[in-house]
Design a protein around this ligand. Structure first.
Ligand SMILES: Nc1ncnc2c1ncn2[C@@H]1O[C@H](COP(=O)(O)OP(=O)(O)O)[C@@H](O)[C@H]1O
Ligand SMILES: [Mg+2]
Length: 323
């Protein structure tokens, strides 16, 4: 795959500086800055209308930005470089846009013709095998399920052996098993070194697939590894549950290593704010046993990426409300 044939002169598959796009008065996105390394699977999260599709279309050279700059697959994003960039990338749009009356193979042939692929036959076979559609090649696209159609669209995106693959909400509207197929395909592409820029409003998807994620709500709200974002936004906690209420919880929890504070979470439930759960949990257990408490459980809180997302997007809504 071309994923490995990266341009040694540039370290980043995508480099975006202060990028923005407005349509008349309407700002689709603005001040967006980030960098993605080759081989990375990068998730772009955001609510409807956040600007995700517009960013994909901008970086995919379908529309021009109104501010800022970017390099895509090592090439500066300028109107003159469109052809050169499009040779190295592929975009799978939100709606697959296949000719429904043509077969899967015929759709791919049209597309291969369109961009003048060398040895189209072999490429088409390889793309069909990659998405597990070889045995459906002769079926009309209109007769395929939504999940299979999405796979056909992915096969089309793979035809040029892209270095950078943009997937715009690749699983929206798919059932769980079709979704899992697409996830497995994305994993397989990652193994081959393809850089993937994926937009989604599904947090579980981002958490499962992506090395790093960015949360966009017209502007970039945050960027990082899912676990980093969790740690940045949320205090770590341990939740202690005992058979009966502790007579003096303050004395049990006071001065324990790595425990910064506590509050009651229920009649016999205590939520401890901790700096390092690996230090705090054993110390807390010992203190509870020493105090004669019957411990039912001590669990570490796990904030999901969804918590991170809701925290940021809700903050935006509240600020909008105040304006
Ligand atoms: N061609 C267009 N003309 C005018 N406004 C547009 C156009 N495309 C997108 N927008 C606006 O830009 C904003 C971002 O849209 P979009 O990128 O589709 O968001 P998302 O994909 O995150 O749901 C929305 O307010 C949308 O109405
Ligand atoms: Mg969209």
């Amino acid at each position: 795959m071309a994923g490995q044939q990266q341009d040694p002169a540039s370290a980043a598959a995508l480099s975006v500086r202060g990028l923005g796009k407005r349509f008349g008065d309407r700002v689709a996105f603005q001040d967006v800055t980030f960098e993605i390394g080759y081989g990375e699977v990068f998730g772009f999260l955001g609510p409807n209308g956040a600007g995700k599709t517009t960013i994909v279309r901008t970086l995919g050279t379908l529309i021009a930005p109104t501010s800022g700059s970017a390099t895509v697959a090592g090439i500066p994003l300028t109107p003159g470089n469109g052809v050169e960039i499009r040779r190295r990338i592929a975009v799978m749009p939100e709606s697959p846009g296949l000719y429904l009356r043509l077969s899967v193979a015929e759709n791919l042939e049209c597309f291969a013709d369109l961009y003048g692929a060398p040895d189209p036959r072999e490429r088409i076979d390889r793309a069909l095998r990659a998405v597990g559609l070889a045995d459906r090649a002769q079926d009309a696209c209109g007769t395929l399920s939504k999940g299979l159609r999405q796979r056909a669209a992915l096969a089309r995106a793979l035809l040029p052996d892209p270095q950078v693959l943009f997937l715009d909400e690749p699983t929206t509207g798919l059932d769980p098993s079709a979704t899992r197929d697409v996830h497995d395909l994305i994993d397989a592409l990652r193994q081959q070194g393809v850089t993937i820029f994926l937009t989604t409003h599904r947090l579980d998807e981002a958490e499962r697939l992506c090395d790093r994620v960015a949360i966009l709500n017209t502007t970039l709200r945050t960027i990082g590894r899912p676990d980093e974002l969790r740690d940045q936004l949320f205090a770590r906690t341990l939740t202690v549950s005992t058979l009966s209420p502790l007579p003096d919880p303050g004395r049990v929890f006071a001065g324990l290593p790595a425990v910064d504070g506590w509050h009651a979470g229920g009649p016999a439930v205590y939520v401890l704010t901790v700096s390092d759960p690996a230090v705090a949990a054993p110390a807390t257990t010992r203190a509870l046993v020493a105090a004669g408490a019957d411990v039912l459980s001590i669990t570490q809180s796990r904030h999901s990426l969804e918590d991170v997302y809701l925290q940021l997007v809700d903050q935006d809504r509240e600020e909008e409300g105040r304006r």
